[in-house]
Design a protein around this ligand. Sequence first.
Ligand SMILES: C[S@@+](CC[C@H](N)C(=O)[O-])C[C@H]1O[C@@H](n2cnc3c(N)ncnc32)[C@H](O)[C@@H]1O
Ligand SMILES: [Mg+2]
Length: 430
Amino acid sequence: MDVRFSPALHRQRHQFVIDFIKKNKPKKVVDLGCSECSLLKQLKFHCEIELLAGVDIDGAKVKRKMQGLAPMLTDYLQPRNDQLLVEMYQGSVTQRDARLRGFDLATSIELIEHLTLADVDRFSEVVFGYMSPAAVIVSTPNYEFNPLFPRLAGFRHSDHKFEWTRAEFKSWALKVCVDHGYQVEFTGVGRAPPGQQERVGFCSQIAVFHRLGGREVCNVFRDDADDALSYTLLYSENYPSLHDNNILQRVLVMEVLYWAEQLRRRWVEEETGQGDDADTPAEGEGEEWHRASEQHLEMEEKQTAAAMKNLVEHQDVEDGELFWTGGQGQQESGRLRRCVSVPLSVLWSRCPKISALSGSLGNLRRLLTDHPDVKLSQDGSAVLLNDQEQGTEEDRDDLEDSGFAEARRCSHSCEPEEDWDADALASGDK
Ligand SMILES: C[S@@+](CC[C@H](N)C(=O)[O-])C[C@H]1O[C@@H](n2cnc3c(N)ncnc32)[C@H](O)[C@@H]1O
Ligand SMILES: [Mg+2]
């Protein structure tokens, strides 16, 4: 009998970490022996994480795939509320580096068996004694499971220096707890066939350590006096977030232009009894633009439905009215161009995202004042929209100017990469 796992074992290990993160919500997470960053690429979607770091002794491996950690188009279109800094290092877990202290969670997935026993001791001292994260997840092969792979001779991988039984793993883990002030629970992934689980255990055994005293104890920050910096920084990327004022302003302007246009259209329909064709795409628009627009629209769809309901439910405007204005004396082809005036008070009270982003009507006005993409009335109390030609080439230029082009340049595929799988034996996934 040859055991196979579904989902694949490496996915089960990563899912174990993801489930832990969902439950415990650590803000700072480091993956030790991160290889080609496949776990990190999944973790960056967890919004509670503010610092995500990876370390591997093999810098070339990290470099091969680390670009997959870059922000995607959606990260620019819908920036996170909280910051996310991603940092990748080349370095050895047997050496100290002050930048890795003070984390909430360190993961070591199928790493320790690649170290000599002397290096495992150094690993214990560095990770638990020096880095001292609030929690540590360590996974390693369970030697007792190996007889279920009949074609396996020796260890599961040629680079493994050892494979531990459950008792050996437990003995190491309990010593770590005594030496460095942790408590530990044992579990695993990759269940044995029915009736054999108790006898052989999980295929990958996992120890979950919690520092005694929790996150508060040993509160070490990055500017700690200890200046051991033995790792090489390979990659550092700050994700767009609403903490950055420029990004906040850009997102707010996009929302304001979008919602002002919705209000304008609805109001013009009511005034004239007919709609306009502002959604008709300009001829010759690039495929890439269409795709990006579609993605944006898809994301907005849910929010739009809720907000439109809000607009409809508040047809009787108490806090301002839309009205035609002479367009601030704009001349076009010799005639005065008409504008629709959309009061900021209407936008603020009817569009939850606009009020959430700006915080107050005063802030909204301040953030829009002098922005090149927004035309405000002379007293600054309303957005002025041209009567015609909204949503076409003009909007496209606006978005290009407001960072949309950058977003497109930085977009990456959402598809997960095929995971590092060197542990898999020719006979199947181990
Ligand atoms: C089996 S792979 C880890 C797979 C990865 N953690 C995952 O879950 O997909 C082992 C990794 O540990 C790295 N490694 C080995 N010795 C190391 C050390 N002393 N310090 C840091 N990384 C090390 C290797 O380069 C390799 O990428
Ligand atoms: Mg291994």
